[in-house]
Design a protein around this ligand. Structure first.
Ligand code: NAG
Ligand code: NAG
Ligand code: NAG
Ligand code: NAG
Ligand code: NAG
Ligand code: NAG
Ligand code: NAG
Ligand code: NAG
Length: 774
């Protein structure tokens, strides 16, 4: 601050001396890096001249006194820093050049004609005039990485990020104002096509001469040539007194609007940014690497079997840490194994695409093909890839699995180590998930081709969703109501009705992927924020035993959720239909998987989720009959007076824990209770309440306990394939879960350990209250 004040003071002196504050630079003036190193603007705010870079000097525009943080323009960014012996001459014949001690000249600006004078303007624009006082060159028209107040990025122009805050040479990201009206971020050295973009203003097709403008009050917007604002990136209206605003595409690929308070210790703060997802900028991690989020920061990892070329320099990428033998068309399955990298996406670089039923088939296909160095598997499509893989990032909401061919011994063939689980704790993964999903909007644009017929429409559509702020903190796709109407063909095919509303069948990706669209009823009508918050929490969950939420709609009064579609209906459909007999092992496996899903909700996801409505109707079965819990996280959205109405069956306990009826606080143990009921149902293959049985057998939990006490479990369970010892153990687990007193019920973690036989199951106490509370 002292320095800044000094400069302001200094400039005041200079300007008075120079009469009427002229900051005109006359022909014959010169600057050197050490003395008289810059020309100040009239108020002394901006300076043009030498600033220190690495071990030398560069020439540019910066806030006087604090070039370390505020270089807004640099001449010849990619030239090596100059020595201290150079001079900057505004020659008597009107050229602006840098001259070395050996009299080598480098042009700083190349106006079409000879200049007569120059000026550092208070806006931060350095201009050259001809003898008629007409501007013939200005730094505002050759921007580097920054846009200042009053400056425009006109159609066709782009900003390039710097290598780092202290090195202004051209980095690896760009922001382009396209001639189609779209403002787009890309990595460098790519074509201007949607597949490479990682951020867009979605103003495609809105005019051929659109500019990005920044006003004095921090208003950042896109303007068409007839003066219509096409899109506000910020709303503006920020204080203008003693504050400077500038927008910069930073070295990390994110562009940010900064404010700099001249009053308060020269503080810089970020007002808005293009994304919160630091892994979004494509290419951050170089070839064969991928980006993961560590807390709030991006981090790069190499593919398994790869090592960083230059540790510490992410862009340098990764190379194999073993020598791959050349392709000799022999089956390579003895030399290599495939290592899985789940939920990670790369640019598709495949040379062959196969439709295969399982991921194991996909692995095998790649192992057999010596040209195949990696494979990705998603939705039964196996794509064989050649290296390098680029633009990698973990995308937890993605079902993609990549397999990387690595050196291995025969003994470990077929053993896939899930890298994600092994190397990072689940908690890490969830933290990652928070922001990884977050770029969903952009990523969905990339996959938008599938959803909308063409790119142009997709851009428009998303821009219409009213996302005004730059920071697109969206972890899920947000659909409009009419999108969903279209996807479901006017809500034509009903899949079912549940406690939260009706479910319809729909398709996305041009009909290629079937989804389930749930129209929520009985929800809090207000509380859009809460709704979105809950959606985000649900969107961040990721577990193989949970149904994945793909998107949602909060359009007017409508609240809908879009889920992945489960082709085998619910557990209730399978379990209670006599023709569908599940074998014992399958039932136990299903029980374990449900327990894993609930355990995840209770203990492993970022914020604890109590399901409140575990029952076979809410456990859906995927195509491989793997159970997935649905409707989790919704209980919070229900109106308070409706939380008690889940139990469809009157006069019985159903699946609802007794504390619900007693107005006691409901904890995760309520889910343990419901799980216990479902477990008994799974063991016995019948509904928990079924009046077609004799009266003493109608309520399963009571009948079960009396059979257990009488040591007559075979009365409950029929089937030759039942393992008797296992039966007793699992039965006891079920009885522990349905104890009346919540604190006596085991945690889900304990339940899982008991189910798996890792810990012993004690004899459960008698549930004395059975008869009294019915
Ligand atoms: C700095 O430059 C100004 C004019 O450009 C000149 O009057 C002054 O003497 C110079 N100061 C030094 C220390 O060279
Ligand atoms: C540039 O300025 C230096 C220092 O005054 C001078 O020695 C040199 O001759 C100038 N060069 C030109 C081309 O004017
Ligand atoms: C600018 O936008 C307005 C409103 O969308 C439109 O009417 C006008 O034609 C546009 N101008 C150009 C040159 O495209
Ligand atoms: C684009 O629009 C600006 C005004 O916004 C105008 O000055 C410029 O000449 C236009 N360029 C073209 C090529 O039409
Ligand atoms: C953009 O913001 C300005 C005020 O900052 C407002 O007048 C204008 O209507 C907004 N335009 C759009 C398209 O949102
Ligand atoms: C500088 O900015 C930081 C973060 O925005 C803020 O916490 C701090 O109080 C500011 N300092 C001053 C002197 O305004
Ligand atoms: C290659 O990297 C893997 C880890 O990705 C490591 O286990 C293995 O030992 C490394 N091999 C060599 C030869 O360094
Ligand atoms: C990082 O690596 C890239 C590619 O190898 C290289 O171009 C760049 O200069 C390196 N950056 C640093 C700071 O060393």
């Amino acid at each position: 601050m002292a320095r800044l004040l000094f400069f302001i003071f200094l400039s005041a002196v200079i300007t008075t001396e120079a009469q009427q504050g002229e900051s005109v630079v006359n022909l014959g003036s010169f600057l050197t890096p050490t003395t008289n190193s810059s020309w100040l603007s009239r108020s002394g705010l901006y300076a043009f001249g030498f600033y220190q870079q690495a071990n030398g000097y560069a020439i540019g525009v910066f806030l006087a006194g604090i070039p370390e943080k505020t270089v807004v323009w640099t001449a010849n960014r990619d030239k090596a820093p100059a020595l201290a012996s150079v001079t900057l001459n505004f020659t008597s014949d009107g050229r602006l050049i840098m001259q070395s001690a050996q009299a080598e000249e480098t042009a700083i600006a190349s106006p079409p004609e000879r200049a007569a004078s120059a000026s550092m303007l208070d806006s931060g624009n350095f201009v050259l005039y001809n003898s008629d006082k007409k501007i013939i060159w200005q730094s505002f028209e050759s921007p580097t990485n920054t846009l200042l107040q009053g400056q425009r990025l006109t159609a066709g122009k782009e900003l390039f990020s710097s290598v780092s805050e202290s090195d202004q040479s051209i980095g690896i990201f760009r922001l382009k104002m396209q001639t189609d009206g779209n403002l787009v971020q890309y990595p460098v050295q790519t074509t201007d096509t949607a597949e490479y973009s990682y951020w867009s203003s979605f103003t495609d097709g809105k005019g051929s001469n659109v500019s990005l403008c920044l006003d004095d009050d921090g208003h950042l917007y896109l303007l068409n040539s007839t003066g219509t604002i096409l899109k506000n990136l910020t709303q503006g209206g920020y204080p203008t007194k003693d504050v400077v605003y500038f927008m910069r595409i930073d070295a990390d690929g994110i562009f940010r609007l900064y404010s700099h308070n001249l009053d308060k210790n020269g503080n810089f703060s970020v007002i808005s940014r293009s994304t919160d997802d630091k892994c979004a900028p494509k290419g951050l991690c170089g070839l064969n690497g991928f980006c993961i989020m560590n807390d709030q920061d991006a981090n790069c990892l190499c593919l398994p079997g790869f090592a960083s070329v230059n540790p510490g320099n992410w862009t340098s990428g990764c190379v194999r840490n073993f020598t791959a033998e050349s392709c000799n068309s022999k089956d390579e399955s003895t030399k290599y194994i495939m290592q899985a990298v789940p939920s990670t996406v790369w640019e598709d670089n495949s040379f062959s695409s196969l439709t295969l039923l399982t991921k194991e088939d996909c692995e095998a296909a790649c192992l057999k093909d010596c040209n195949c160095e990696a494979a990705t598997y998603r939705d039964r499509v196996c794509q064989k890839q050649r290296l390098p893989l680029r633009f990698g990032r973990r995308e937890l909401s993605d079902v993609n699995i990549a397999f990387i061919k690595v050196a291995g011994s025969t003994s470990t063939i077929n053993k896939i180590e899930p890298l994600g689980r092994e190397r990072y704790s689940r908690k890490d993964i969830m933290i990652l998930g928070i922001s990884l999903g977050a770029f969903g909007l952009i990523m969905s644009v990339i996959s938008a081709i599938a959803i909308y017929k063409n790119r142009v429409r997709a851009y428009r559509r998303l821009s219409n969703s009213g996302n005004v702020d730059l920071s697109m903190d969206v972890s899920l796709r947000s659909f409009t109501y009419s999108d969903l109407e279209k996807m479901t063909n006017g809500f034509k095919e009903e899949l079912g009705r549940g406690s939260f509303g009706t479910v319809y069948k729909g398709t996305i990706w041009n009909g290629q992927k079937i989804v389930a669209v749930k129209r929520l009823e009985k929800l809090l009508t207000e509380g859009e924020r809460e709704f979105q918050m809950e959606m985000k929490v649900i969107g961040r969950t990721h577990h193989k035993n949970l149904v994945r939420l793909l998107g949602y709609c909060h359009d007017g009064e409508n609240r809908l959720l879009v889920y992945e579609y489960m082709s085998n209906g619910s557990l209730a459909d399978i379990l209670f239909k006599p023709e569908e007999k599940l074998c014992w092992d399958e039932r136990i496996e299903i029980a374990r998987n449900i327990a894993k899903g609930i355990l995840y909700l209770h203990e492993e996801c970022e914020s604890q989720i109590i399901h409140c409505d575990i029952k076979p109707q809410n456990i859906l079965m995927d195509e491989y009959r793997c159970p997935k819990i649905s409707d989790f996280g919704l209980a919070k959205l229900l109106k308070p007076d409706q939380t008690n109405t889940f139990t469809g069956i009157r006069g019985t306990k159903g699946y609802v824990a007794p504390e619900w009826h007693r107005n006691q606080p409901v904890t995760v143990k309520a889910d343990v209770y419901s799980f216990g009921i479902v477990l008994l149902e799974l063991i016995c293959c019948r509904k928990s309440v079924d009046w077609s049985f004799p009266e003493e057998e109608a309520i399963l939990e009571e009948w079960a306990y009396s059979c257990f006490e009488a040591r007559e479990l075979d009365k409950l369970v029929s089937g030759k394939d039942v393992d008797k010892r296992q039966l007793e153990r699992i039965f006891k687990v079920g009885l522990w879960c349905i104890l009346d007193e919540p604190s006596l019920r085991p945690s889900m973690k304990k339940v899982l350990l008991m189910l798996e036989g890792t810990v012993d199951v004690p004899i459960p106490p008698s549930p004395t209250s059975f008869l009294s509370t019915v």
